[in-house]
Design a protein around this ligand. Structure first.
Ligand code: IVH
Length: 715
């Protein structure tokens, strides 16, 4: 659409019909440019022109709110591939927490000391509920909503403007006479009733999806790439703070919030002005009592010094203001019954028990799952930071006390033994992986039991294959994280050996790789070539690629150097038996393993566990039919950095520090951690500091990361 701002009729004088027409046209244009920008990375208009389109669309919606609906053109825009980032004109900070009443007394005393105001003079402050949602910043220019952004990291958030436009509580325009720039900050949240209705709707729609609590529901709904979905979610908003303001409508916190209310923004009716700590604490305890009946989740009270002049004087410590504090509520508890224990297998093979509870409301949120952490926790043995139940185990059928505290996943804090059913049996933690059936083992000193079916367990497969093809392992170009995931989902690569049979199988596939999403004739050919190129691979890389616990690059090199051939490595690891009651020192193979310089019992045990698992032995054998590991990779002697001492410093972008080190060593260089006169070359990324200075002092050549790739001919 040509952009001719001069011919545009001011939005203020558009008729409803013209507005509807233009709204549809603009919506389609914005949607089209969104696709070009986000999905195709090929914008055809400048950012300024795009912003102008968007602003006009928003302005039209502000004047004709009826045009905003699920079917509206702006929310009908194609889902975004990702959110654009928006820098916050004023950072969005967080609050310090107070837990006990005394912490609030300390907070006021601290403010008093800082301001040198003695006890005789009151420092009035506001008290208001701390809403449990996600913060949202709304920027109005000339009274029109132009940007809505999430908090992000506090300095840069995500642009959720199109989504915010669908929230009824968010005014699209402010009344005449407001300052030119107004940034309202507040909390986007979901009320209990709306949350329950949404979950019921999702359950009825099938697919097994639902939200664990209203905050997740609010965040999940606001951060939707498809605004149509946001529009269908009942989000709400409370205004309680501000960012950039071209003029201030008041001189107090209370006055500011009252101004926001006058401008049509929802503000919290419970907000109160206090003059003493006693009043503040009375507010807190009253709110705690009323909490369940508010209709939305809160997790505490926020106190803010009322005078903006004093707020300015108090300023900030790191990322939170000295003039405000969040007084959190104690964790909520409820009593329920443990119906069962599920075992989930994580990406690293860790078996995590999850309590299946009789659903119960804890602080207004329905809880039906709780974490059980690990085997010991079920047995009543607490670990780092976990509640200890003094040896009382948890059994299916038990009546338990469940606790939920803020962000923390609900946990079981105690068991009501007097209500334990007579036939309740101690829980037997599985010793086989529920996903793949491989053995699940616990290492000494570890609370976690892990599946040993690393190569074949589908719960771990994608991560394992990603590791297998990663840069320091098989380093297969064209087989990155995304591709591994896709191949796994298409059922084409389930274990490492499958990578090498891909080409042969592809010839017989109905849907050839070259016709799949993300591939074409050339990329498929290149991928097969890259795979074939790795049929011969250095033994150390081969061993590292297996992803055996505790066998990183260094240990893989030690093992490769010691055994020389893959067969010797496999046969010894497979034959090794650790010390046991009748085998005092372990068998010969075990002793051979632990005698290798740098290899101890922990690594040896991990090797034994790996090869003890028949699934792994089979997958290993299948892999060996495809690839031929070569004895330890010899360092190159004819590279431009052979024999040189290199130091890497600063942030590297194209490779990790480990990769850089491995690459340099492969090229025959020595990698040092600090710069000395023996250093030949410093490779410096952004943020390099003292090492750069040292390099200058010793007159040592410094290049950047790109320079390194050019030097070693890897570009
Ligand atoms: S004031 C500079 N007031 O709590 C401080 N925050 O821990 C600006 N929150 O990110 C925040 N209710 O998302 C403020 N009444 C309230 C709040 C509130 C909830 C959230 C907000 C913020 C977090 C800070």
């Amino acid at each position: 659409m040509p952009l001719d701002h001069a011919r545009e009729k001011p939005v203020e004088i558009l008729t409803a019909e013209e507005a509807a027409d233009e709204h549809a046209r603009l919506g389609a244009a914005v949607a089209e440019h969104d696709i070009r920008y986000y999905q195709q990375d090929a914008p055809t208009i400048s950012d300024a022109d795009y912003d102008a389109l968007r602003r006009r669309l928003v302005a039209i919606e502000a004047r004709f709110p009826d045009l905003i609906s699920t079917a509206s053109a702006s929310v009908g825009a194609a889902p975004l591939a990702k959110f654009a980032k928006v820098p916050h004109a004023v950072p969005m900070l967080s609050l310090d927490n107070a837990f006990a009443d005394e912490d609030v007394v300390d907070f006021v005393d601290r403010a008093r000391r800082f301001l040198k105001i003695d006890g005789g003079e009151a420092i009035p402050f506001t008290a208001e509920p701390k809403i449990d949602g996600l913060s949202l910043s709304l920027r109005y220019e000339g009274g029109r909503l132009v940007t809505a952004a999430t908090r992000g990291d506090g300095f840069e958030g995500e642009n959720v403007t199109v989504n915010a436009l669908t929230i009824r509580d968010v005014p699209k325009a402010l009344p005449k006479g407001v300052p030119e720039i107004v940034e309202i900050r507040g909390e986007c949240y979901m009320a209990h009733a709306d949350f329950e209705a949404l979950n019921a709707r999702m359950a009825a729609a099938g697919g097994g999806k639902s939200f664990a609590n209203p905050r997740n529901a609010a965040a999940g709904s606001l951060r939707q790439l498809d605004p149509k979905i946001t529009a269908s979610r009942p989000l709400r908003f409370f205004a309680y703070a501000w960012g950039e303001m071209s003029a201030m409508p008041a001189e107090t916190q209370m006055g500011m919030v009252e101004a926001f209310a006058d401008w049509g923004l929802p503000t919290n009716p419970r907000m109160t002005l206090c003059t003493t700590v006693e009043e503040a604490l009375a507010f807190y305890h009253a709110l705690e009592t009323d909490r369940a009946g508010l209709g939305y989740d809160i997790d505490g009270v926020v106190y803010k010094v009322n005078s903006l002049a004093l707020q300015n004087r108090l300023g900030f410590v790191s990322r939170s203001p000295r003039w405000a504090i969040a007084h959190k509520f104690a964790a909520e508890q409820a009593v329920t019954v443990l119906n069962g224990i599920d075992i989930q297998v994580g990406r690293t093979g860790a078996l995590t028990p999850v309590a299946k509870l009789q659903p119960v409301t804890v602080g207004g949120v329905v809880v039906s799952n709780a974490t059980l952490h690990n085997e010991d926790y079920i047995r009543g043995i607490g670990g780092d930071g976990l509640p200890i139940r003094d040896g009382v185990d948890i059994r299916v059928g038990d009546t338990v006390v469940v606790q939920r505290a803020g962000d923390v996943i609900p946990q079981i804090v105690s068991v009501m033994l007097d209500r334990r059913p007579a036939d309740a049996e101690p829980y037997r933690f599985p010793t086989l992986c529920p996903v793949c059936g491989s053995h699940a083992v616990r290492e000494e000193g570890e609370a976690v039991r892990r599946c040993t079916g690393g190569l074949i367990c589908s719960a771990q497969a994608v991560e394992r294959i990603r590791h297998f093809v990663s840069r320091n392992a098989f380093d297969i170009e064209g087989l990155g994280e995304k591709q591994v995931q896709a191949f796994y989902e298409w059922g084409l690569i389930k274990e490492p050996a499958d990578i090498f049979t891909l080409e042969a199988r592809d010839a017989n596939q109905l849907q050839r790789l070259r016709n799949r999403d993300g591939f074409g004739e050339t990329s498929a050919r290149n991928l097969f070539a890259a795979i074939n190129d790795r049929r011969s691979i250095a033994l150390n890389r081969f061993i590292f690629a297996l992803g055996i616990r505790h066998v990183g690059e260094t240990n893989a090199k030690r093992l490769a150097r010691h055994f020389g051939t893959v067969e010797a490595f496999r046969d010894t690891a497979q034959a090794a038996r650790p010390p046991g009651p009748e085998l005092l020192k372990g068998n010969d193979a075990w002793v051979e393993l632990i005698d290798i310089e740098g290899i101890g019992g922990v690594v040896a045990e991990a090797l034994v566990d790996f090869f003890d698992e028949p699934h792994n032995r089979d997958a290993f054998a299948r892999l060996l039919e495809q690839v031929t590991p070569q004895p330890l990779e010899a360092a190159s002697t004819d590279s431009p950095v052979a024999g040189k001492t290199v130091v890497f410093t600063g942030t590297l972008v194209r490779m990790t520090r480990d990769e850089a080190k491995a690459m340099a060593e492969r090229l025959g260089a020595k990698v040092a951690g600090s710069v000395s006169k023996k250093t030949d070359l410093v490779v410096a990324g952004p943020g390099a500091g003292s090492k750069l200075k040292a390099a200058a002092e010793h007159n040592i050549e410094v290049i950047d990361e790109d320079g390194w790739f050019t030097l070693v001919g890897a570009d």
